[in-house]
Ligand binder design. Structure first.
Ligand SMILES: NC(=O)c1ccc[n+]([C@@H]2O[C@H](COP(=O)([O-])OP(=O)(O)OC[C@H]3O[C@@H](n4cnc5c(N)ncnc54)[C@H](O)[C@@H]3O)[C@@H](O)[C@H]2O)c1
Length: 383
């Protein structure tokens, strides 16, 4: 069967640029899709570094200005791996040039920007994806499948955490290439858009829409040197955020994220409690889904750990043999596989987040930040 190639133009070659490049190089070794990605060009502003990246990761060419890349006739899809403040501008330009888009999360700086992106991409009919990757880990997809099959019965509770500790030092500056996440102008928000957005995407995918929230945020270090000016400037991101939420299905939730939880590097956990069953998952042990089934006879009842690496677990059968673990990087390959399957058969059910879905997550983030500011419960705009 002759394959249909999709020529990728990647913008940004930092952390996500590397995870996506790995996914492009792995996809067709493990997933049999009719459309296949070709690493056509990568774009970065430093000529020497982008040339080295192109050589290392097998891109056929490079650009130093993303506008030149987006214009090129030999590019079919643009992958946006730049800081959050550039997503909207690049995506809107891609749409003008008829390129499909794979965009990193969060979709935009805020809901208003996201709405413009959704309107433009939907009017264009161009395929689009937002890289909320955690949902593609086998144990997380298994949780989704168990809940979607109605096995939990009525759902009462959902809780999620995303904890880190890398910004505790007050000597850490804000802004610039490495620390744009601490600068609200580049990031939009702090842990809410960076970390909680992942928790919200997974929660909405598994448990449905979030309808209202009540939040508190804190900025523990009020001023930091800005790398652009060398001056101490106010810090305007949220260093920590905790919020309560109500889902449309009547269940209640608690979400917490911080970069001040000493000892935690990337502790993402979630748990969902239903009338019949409960499920929980922990990124540090990502191949396992913890499972409690109240239907088991009382004397055998207890939490069990499903090692989601068997041939009939989601995605696992595409890799090695049962029992061998997968890692973080596989989530990006799986997300890409879903996107390419949808190019093969556009009428099939989409199993990946697109711009519209990501806008819904953006609306939850906006409501969380507004609630933290006003101290009031805030209804989430429906998408
Ligand atoms: N899905 C996930 O798990 C996940 C994880 C980390 C980051 N992200 C998202 O990915 C995006 C990038 O984050 P990152 O951690 O890779 O950041 P990073 O700082 O490691 O890399 C950003 C890259 O963008 C480049 N860049 C910035 N402005 C540019 C411009 N105008 N033209 C060309 N290149 C430009 C930088 O040089 C750098 O190569 C962000 O939106 C972030 O929220 C997602």
């Amino acid at each position: 069967m002759s394959k249909k190639t999709i020529r990728i133009g990647l913008i940004g070659y930092g952390f996500m640029g590397r995870t996506h490049s790995n996914a492009y190089s792995q996809l067709s070794h493990f997933f049999d899709t009719e459309h296949v990605p070709v690493r056509q060009a990568v774009c970065g502003r430093n000529r020497e570094q982008v040339a080295a990246f192109a050589e290392k990761w097998g891109y056929a060419s490079y650009e130093t200005d993303w506008r030149e890349l987006v214009k090129r006739d030999d590019i079919d899809a643009i992958d946006i791996c730049t800081p959050n403040d550039s997503h909207a501008e690049i995506a809107l330009e891609c749409i003008k040039h008829g390129k499909m888009i794979l965009c990193e999360k969060p979709l935009a700086l805020n809901g208003a920007q996201g709405e413009e992106m959704v309107k433009a991409v939907e009017e264009s009919g161009l395929p689009n994806l937002v890289w909320y990757n955690y949902r593609f880990l086998p144990a997380v997809t298994l949780a989704k499948n168990i809940v979607a099959a109605g096995e939990l019965g009525r759902v009462f509770h959902y809780r999620a955490n995303f904890l880190q500790d890398w910004t505790i030092s007050s000597d850490l500056p804000q802004g610039g290439a490495a620390l744009w996440r601490l600068d609200a102008a580049a990031a939009g928000s702090g842990v809410t858009g960076d970390l909680l957005a992942h928790c919200i995407d997974t929660a909405r995918w598994i448990n449905g829409e979030i309808v209202s929230v009540s939040a508190m945020t804190e900025t523990f270090i009020k001023e930091r040197i800005h790398t652009a000016t060398g001056e101490k400037m106010p810090v305007t991101i949220d260093d920590a955020c905790t919020f309560m939420a109500r889902f449309a299905n009547g269940s209640l939730a608690v979400f917490e994220s911080t970069r001040y939880a000493r000892g935690h590097k990337a502790l993402y956990t979630f748990e969902i409690n239903g009338e019949e069953k409960s499920l929980s998952w922990d990124l540090h042990d990502l191949n396992y889904l913890s499972y409690f089934d109240h239907g088991v006879p009382g004397d055998r009842r207890g939490w069990t750990k499903i090692h989601a690496t068997d041939g009939d677990h989601p995605y696992s059968g595409n890799w090695w043999v049962p029992g061998l673990s997968l890692g973080y990087e596989h989530s990006f390959v799986h997300g890409l596989a879903e996107f390419f399957k949808s190019l093969d058969d556009p009428s099939s059910e989409k199993r990946f987040p697109d711009f519209r879905h990501a806008l819904g997550t953006q609306y939850v983030c906006d409501a969380v930040l507004e609630s933290a500011k006003t101290g009031q419960w805030v209804d989430v705009k429906s998408c």
